[in-house]
Design a protein around this ligand. Structure first.
Ligand code: PGA
Length: 298
């Protein structure tokens, strides 16, 4: 095993190597000195010391400037590698420090609350210094946050088209038609959409993406089925359906085992196949924490 005093004999200082690299790159001591904000005699002295310490002739005159000798070129390549390794170290350090503290502002539509905390878990554990603020709201409110910078990243099903955004698909979001378990249509196959109009429809509030996606689906099929009652949360909607007040369209992710009173109906075109995206503003620079979260997500 090497003892500390048996380290490889680097007979040069980092300062000398930095001056040497600048002269090699710029071809003249004067230019290198200006580039490094040093006096020209200082750079000349560092080159002389480096040559003496290494026993190498590094440059030879070429016109009014200097040219690297063969050994000088070898040293230049070695120094470039050394500096690249050092740069990687500095980048890594900045990265780690950047993720040591800070605030990550997220917004997500209400339907994602059933899985998003789990998706955030590993990131939160890996970066305990980062505070995470997660606003859970309906689609309209999430769009407002994206527009005014209140959230860096948002998770939603239907990104708006009037805000310049970048997006990445995150997860499937099948929208299903639910009824109370005892409903006469339960267990029937291929229920015609026109038949649904005879049933009272319960829906999320205006501004909800689930509501918007359902309305768009129905109108694309030429079906008029207006909601009889609007409820402001997925949970309220599930309870209202289970209580027999009507049928509703919900994200399948909102239905847990804890609602044995509900059943999915097999209506034509259901489930409505949609997906969630993670989106961010195209013209705003993401924080390091937001970039790290994006890199960590599938
Ligand atoms: P929301 O969510 O109904 O809570 O607005 C819709 C979505 O998944 O984008």
């Amino acid at each position: 095993m090497n003892k500390p005093d048996a380290l490889p004999g680097i007979r040069a200082t980092l300062v000398q190597l930095r001056s040497f690299e600048a002269v090699a790159r710029l071809g003249a001591v004067g230019k290198a000195a200006a580039h490094l904000h040093l006096a020209q005699p200082t750079v000349s002295m560092q080159l002389r010391e480096l040559a003496a310490n290494t026993g190498l002739q590094l440059f030879e005159p070429a016109g009014r400037g200097l040219r690297l000798t063969e050994e000088g070129a070898l040293l230049r390549d070695t120094v470039c590698e050394l500096f690249a390794v050092w740069q990687r170290f500095e980048d890594e350090l900045a990265n780690r420090r950047g993720l040591k503290s800070g605030l990550l502002r997220l917004a997500a539509v209400t339907t994602t609350e059933y899985f998003l905390p789990e998706l955030l878990g590993p990131f939160a554990q890996a970066h305990p210094g980062i505070d995470i603020q997660l606003a859970v709201e309906n689609r309209d409110a999430v769009v407002r946050r994206l527009r005014d910078g209140g959230a860096e990243l948002a998770v939603m099903m239907m990104p708006p088209t009037d805000v310049p955004l970048l997006r990445r698909p995150l997860l499937e979001n099948p929208l299903v038609l639910v009824a109370p378990r005892s409903h006469p249509l339960a267990g029937r196959k291929s229920i015609a959409l026109a038949r649904l109009a005879k049933e009272p429809r319960l829906a999320r509030e205006e501004g909800s993406g689930t509501r918007l996606a359902t309305d768009q689906f129905l109108s694309s099929r030429g079906i008029v089925w207006e909601p009889r009652m609007a409820l402001g949360s997925n949970e309220a909607l599930k309870h209202a359906v289970a209580a027999g007040l009507g049928l509703a369209v919900l994200s399948r992710h909102t239905l847990g085992a804890e609602h044995p009173g509900l059943i999915e109906l097999k209506a034509v075109g259901f489930p409505i196949r949609r997906q969630w995206f993670v989106v961010w503003h195209k013209e705003r620079r993401l924080s390091r924490a937001a970039e790290a979260l994006l890199a960590a997500w599938p």
